[in-house]
Design a protein. Structure first.
Length: 338
């Protein structure tokens, strides 16, 4: 396969991001994750993968992306590969990855994965790759309203998987016989964290305008490409075309609108066990987890497919909102509908 060409190029926190989403480009029909992370992201997981020598005109991050497309990366699927020159985005943030070796745990299902391409030499090239990874991690944390305590290592999730206890940083660096990763960053993890924190403090998480036009796609889910009803440059036109049970997705796979016409004000819903409750339609911070019978406050679909719920039918539509609305829940957590 020839060197890949990105569909779009942006700059995030000073790092050039080449977008080549496997959900759009999968000529070899390789297996992909299917679990949505929309509204569920709790952090960023950092990995290391080995430096490779590549041909002129490309970079290791592109080569790893190409190897993934060619099904040469076994079952590893990550959001970003980062080297000393740039990053290549392989998955939308709305889609889980396969990277943490914790199955359906929070590592795979709820964190954005960064593979930092380095070597044991820890030379100037390696340090630049690491710096790019730190900038990218800081930008992603800021984008989702998360702080430095939501920065994880691959080893963290292995220790959680194995039932170990400790603080976040203890689990980040605690020995795990299965794997110590990121292998080249772990020996100075505290310094790496300080670097990420410095970029968080600097507030430099701006994203440049993409080099390609934004399109809004109407689908049942981001990964269900066959269900697509159309692609629109106008968000309002996309919303008009959005049927009940469909959502409008931006270029990164984020649901910006969901047509929940099948739900109505006052409708009784059975909330599944351990369902995240949010304080707003957009926040990624979970207020608490709930289950049981609730009622739709107004039956209006908000961003990320969330609905406002309340505890009693007589509370539906009452004001002030803050007094009667319990919080926001994603519609895909509704069980039996009353």
């Amino acid at each position: 396969m020839a060197i890949l060409r990105p569909e779009a190029t942006t700059t995030l926190n000073g790092v050039k991001i080449n977008e080549y989403l496997l959900t759009k480009h999968n000529p070899n029909h390789i297996d992909l994750p299917s679990v949505s992370m929309a509204g569920k992201i709790i952090g960023v997981t950092v990995h290391n993968t080995d430096w490779i020598t590549v041909a002129s005109g490309t970079t290791p991050a592109e080569q790893y992306t190409r190897a993934t497309v060619n099904n040469n990366m076994k079952d590893v699927r990550v959001h970003y590969y980062v080297d000393n020159a740039c990053a290549w985005q392989n998955l939308p943030h709305s889609l889980s990855g396969w990277h943490a070796a914790d199955g359906s745990g929070n590592g795979n299902r709820r964190t954005i994965a960064i593979e930092c391409i380095m070597s044991s030499a820890y030379n100037s090239v390696d340090k630049k790759s690491e710096d790019n990874a730190a900038k990218l991690a800081a930008a992603l944390l800021k984008q989702y309203g998360l702080d430095i305590n939501h920065l994880y290592t691959h080893t963290h999730w292995l220790n959680v998987r194995d039932g170990r206890n400790g603080t976040i940083d203890q689990l980040n660096t605690m020995y795990n016989r299965y794997k110590m990763c990121p292998a080249y960053i772990l020996p100075h993890w505290a310094e790496f964290k300080k670097k990420v924190q410095s970029y968080l403090n600097a507030g430099t998480s701006n994203i440049s305008a993409p080099s390609t036009k934004q399109l809004y796609r109407v689908r049942k889910s981001w990964t269900d490409t066959k269900s697509q009803l159309g692609a629109y440059s106008s968000l309002e036109n996309a919303k008009k075309a959005c049927k009940v049970g469909y959502s409008v997705f931006d270029a990164n796979g984020n649901a910006v609108y969901t047509n929940g016409g099948k739900f109505t004000k006052g409708q009784k819903v059975a909330i599944r066990a351990n369902t995240p409750l949010f304080a707003s339609a957009e926040t990624t911070s979970i207020t608490r987890r709930i289950s049981g019978t609730y009622y739709l406050y107004d039956g209006i679909a908000c961003k990320n497919g969330r609905y406002r719920i309340t505890t009693k039918p007589e509370f539906c539509g009452k004001t002030p909102v803050g007094r009667f609305v319990t919080g926001y829940v994603s519609w895909d957590n509704f069980g039996v509908i009353g």
